[in-house]
Write a new protein. Structure first.
Lengths: 294, 260, 334
């Protein structure tokens, strides 16, 4: 007897396609995390809660001002940019170079706080954008997938491309990269590293601002929604290599596909187990991840 | 008789060859100076000897023990102590605790380890700082702390990385005196040092590395004449900064007194 | 406070160097009073509610202290300690319900199982540093929880209900008089504190702290780092497992959501960090303040308390990490 179930090839293709689509969303979320880590070797353990807040921003814009999630993207990105910037100025700046414990638990505490705040203010209820512009299925390559998923995926890939372009092709991007490489040297070159760090946090958070707005189109919004995405984001970043932006894209897609295959081949309950096991195997064989530097 | 034998060590990092087929021997009781410009592979070699890096080729023998493949703690327990180029004291522990931890290898009881640690602290003249946190010490003090910590494991061979680097000129004589006294106690030393005057005066023998290879091996008086070494260094460290010349001179005298 | 001063987590350890004589006198008297108060408490406050609250303070203080041995002393930040709690809870419960083992034997049996598991997890994961280790432990926690949910033999998502038995010390059940639960929890806590106290005073504690400060430098003075990390993990897992077994026997019901969730792992760390990581009394102080706080908010705000306790926990955790890494105990020492 096998624990594996063999799905039909049609189901398999559909699964892999939707895995790839979700992978682009994961990639953008992970890119934000990776950018911050590359800059200052700090993991934002409140990343999932940032995502949750961006989804709530989108939801409330819809519920209160009838703003479609697609129109909320700039709003959500802006709010999250501000949140990231403030997090750096208020918290992170003070623990740079501090002990590992402080670095981990400062953002961990923030995550717990934000989640609890959301529950306090907006109750644990599941909320949903009910009449979005994009809904229903669409056929891609002969298989049917949700239109909101497809839109989120393409948009996140586009945002990812813009992020990559920004980092590798613009003056500010060079300054960010220089700060990531060597803080002191960057400072000597006249780069305001303090500003770069805050900017890194702003952009890192804005990434989930974009992803969250599109996710709100087809995902329930509730205080704990970020936890699962955050776990996947940590795994994605570690798999791709902390600090490697292209690594996030490859790892995001791998994880999106593994998640679906784990669900199809083993059992739906085990899809995340497959992801976590893959993560453990990779970091134990190659601790720096697929694209890590050291 | 050879105490430590480095035999054909090659260590690569990706495409970079940090050590290429390096061989030399260290005799029991001598001070061997290891010199070479930045990036010559000196610290890498220390890391290979003490088990932090595994070389692609070659072997290191210490008193008939093969060292390659052993972990750093095992190498230390065989009798090799070391300091680090980039200082690594246990920052949030006191000076005394830093040395106690090392002394505990032979004296598990904290009280006994404490007594022994104090002796090493007195030896490096840090006993009055025993209750300070290691992170609060000056660079020179931390160098001495690392020395005391390495000695507390009772090594027969000490590898000292950059004895005077980053230390202010007035402290150098103290450090050199310490090295002289270590040799008196029968220790064998391998010393990496950038200050040419210092290294030439304290070493019995010099091994020079350049781009990962041995380019000279012999007594200081002969090694300085080696053409390849002069080329490697030309315009670099041989130009002793004028401000430091006099102080270094004091250092030499200090070391001489220590040895007498 | 300038950011540079954040490096103070370990300051509390400085007290350790003081020769034992410095600790006698007032300290001993205070400890004696504390112990007498703990022993007398259930006879003075006779409401079950109070007793239950203090039992949970003891239990969580013990768990936090056990975590502290690994994370505070030895510097290995595990965010998956619920795994060992669940191991203890499930081992004793399954042995009892399936094979009719005595609960006390079940508690003892859970310890070696959890220790073995801790070595299996630690052996590969200790090669990972800092964040990577922390994230790996989260991943393992999630894997174990999912496996437990889907493992029918141990009750799956439904969980296990332990049989209701007549009160007796042997059966580990004391429904009419809850005092014995109280004392069992107290004994576990005191045992854990004694072991920590002993660790701080022996070579083990010095080696742990050296490893926390700088594993490479620790190796250079002959410390087999991997072995000592595993020792710290084993001691830590043993106590957490015993706590899990106690919990199962106390509540008589367990499921993956109550004994294996990430939130439990986080709560364990949180109490220790807020109280004072790497110190002997920090975890107890943290538990003594935060567990009742959680009860209080639940009464004030009803139901789940609208997560007010978590709001405060999270705020405190960040504040402590940023401004006072030595925790509340560090604040008292000033």
């Amino acid at each position: 007897m096998s624990i594996f179930t063999i799905p039909s090839s049609e189901v398999l293709i559909q699964g892999i396609l939707s895995g790839i689509l979700m992978g682009f969303v994961y990639a953008l979320i992970a890119a934000g995390l990776s950018l911050i880590f590359g800059l200052m070797e700090i993991v934002n353990f409140a990343h999932g809660e940032f995502l949750m807040l961006s989804m709530y921003t989108t939801f409330w814009a819809y519920a209160l001002f009838a703003l479609d999630p697609l129109l909320s993207v700039p709003l959500s990105a802006g709010v999250l940019f501000l949140l990231g910037w403030l997090t750096y100025r208020g918290i992170i700046r003070r623990i740079l170079g501090g002990p590992m414990l402080a670095q981990i638990f400062a953002t961990f505490g923030l995550g717990i706080f934000l989640r609890a705040a959301a529950q306090f203010l907006w109750t644990p209820d599941f909320r949903q954008v009910s009449k979005a512009w994009v809904q229903g299925p669409v056929r891609i390559l002969g298989v049917s997938v949700g239109l909101p998923q497809a839109v989120a995926s393409v948009a996140c890939l586009a945002a990812f491309g813009m992020l990559y372009w920004f980092i590798t092709r613009t003056e500010t991007g060079f300054a960010l990269e220089a700060t990531a490489q060597d803080r002191q040297a960057a400072a000597l070159m006249g780069i305001n590293t303090e500003r770069m760090f805050a900017l890194g946090w702003g952009i890192g958070a804005a990434c989930v601002g974009v992803a969250g707005a599109f996710l709100a189109n087809f995902f329930y919004v509730f205080p704990h929604v970020g936890s699962l995405f955050a776990l996947i984001a940590y795994v994605t970043v570690a798999l791709g290599g902390f600090g490697s932006i292209p690594g996030s894209l490859v790892a995001g897609v791998i994880i999106g596909v593994i998640e679906v295959l784990g669900g199809l081949l083993i059992a739906p309950a085990f899809k995340y187990v497959a992801v976590f096991v893959l993560y453990l195997v990779v970091v134990l064989v190659r601790p720096q991840g697929l694209f890590g530097k050291f | 008789m050879a105490c430590l034998e480095v035999q054909g060590i090659t260590k690569r990092f990706g495409g970079l060859v940090a050590n290429h087929n390096i061989s030399f021997a260290v005799r029991r009781g001598e001070i061997l100076g290891l010199i070479g410009p930045n990036g010559a592979g000196k610290s890498t070699l220390f890391d290979v000897i003490t088990g932090y890096y595994r070389p692609e080729a070659g072997e290191v023998r210490f008193d008939n023990h093969r060292l390659v493949g052993r972990r750093p703690d095992q190498v230390n327990r065989l009798g090799i102590g070391r300091t680090f180029q980039k200082l690594r004291p246990f920052n949030a522990m006191t000076v005394l605790e830093n040395v106690m931890v090392a002394a505990m290898q032979h004296r598990a009881d904290p009280l006994a380890a404490r007594g022994e640690a104090l002796r090493y602290l007195e030896f490096v003249e840090l006993a009055d700082k025993r209750d300070s946190f290691a992170r609060d010490l000056s660079t020179g003090q931390r160098k001495r702390l690392e020395l005391a910590r390495a000695m507390a494991t009772r090594p027969r061979l000490l590898l000292l990385d950059e004895v005077t680097g980053g230390v202010d000129q007035r402290t150098i004589p103290t450090l050199l005196q310490l090295i002289g006294r270590l040799r008196e106690q029968g220790l064998t030393l391998v010393v990496i040092e950038h200050n040419m005057r210092v290294i030439m005066s304290i070493s019995d023998r010099i091994v020079a590395l350049h781009l990962g290879e041995v380019i000279a091996d012999g007594p200081p008086s002969e090694v300085v004449k080696e053409r390849r070494l002069i080329e490697a260094y030309l315009g670099d460290t041989f130009v002793v900064p004028s401000g430091g010349a006099r102080a270094s001179g004091d250092g030499l005298r200090g070391a001489g007194e220590g040895r007498a | 406070m300038p950011p540079g001063e954040g490096v103070e987590v370990a300051d509390a350890g400085a007290g350790v160097v003081a020769p034992p004589s410095a600790r006698t006198g007032w300290g001993t008297i205070f400890l004696a009073i504390l112990l007498v108060a703990a022993l007398a408490f259930p006879w003075v406050f006779r409401l079950p509610y109070h007793r239950d609250l203090v039992i949970r303070v003891f239990l969580y203080a013990m768990l936090a202290q056990a975590w502290n041995i690994l994370a505070g002393y030895c510097g290995q930040i595990s965010l998956g300690h619920a795994v060992f709690f669940g191991t203890g809870a499930y081992t004793s419960a399954v042995l009892q319900t399936t094979w009719g083992w005595n609960p006390w034997l079940g508690l003892l049996a859970g310890v070696p199982v959890a220790v073995a598991l801790s070595q299996v997890i630690g052996y590969p994961c200790f090669r990972l540093r800092g964040h990577y280790f922390a994230i790996a432990t989260i991943a393992i926690g999630e894997i174990v929880q999912t496996l437990a949910i889907n493992w029918e033999f141990i009750g799956g998502a439904r969980g296990l209900t332990l049989p209701f038995q007549k009160d007796s010390l042997l059966a580990f059940q004391f429904h009419t008089s809850k005092y014995p639960y109280y004392y069992v929890a107290l004994v576990l806590l005191v045992l854990c504190l004694l072991v920590s106290w002993w660790i701080e005073r022996t070579r083990l504690g010095y080696y742990f702290r050296a490893i926390r400060e700088d594993p490479e430098a620790a190796q250079s003075v002959g410390i087999p780092v991997a072995r000592y990390k595993l020792i710290a993990m084993a001691i830590s897992a043993a106590f957490v497992s015993a706590g899990g077994s106690f919990y199962a026997q106390y509540v008589l019901y367990l499921d993956p959501d109550s004994v294996l969730p990430l939130s439990l792992s986080i709560l364990i760390c949180l109490l220790a960090v807020v109280g004072g990581v790497g110190t002997l009394w920090g975890p107890l102080v943290g538990a003594a303040l935060l567990i009742p706080l959680s009860e209080f908010t639940r009464i004030q705000f009803g139901g789940t308390g609208r997560a007010v306790d978590l709001l405060i926990y999270g705020g405190l955790l960040t504040t402590v990490a940023v401004f006072q890494p030595a925790g509340l105990v560090g604040l008292l020492r000033r």
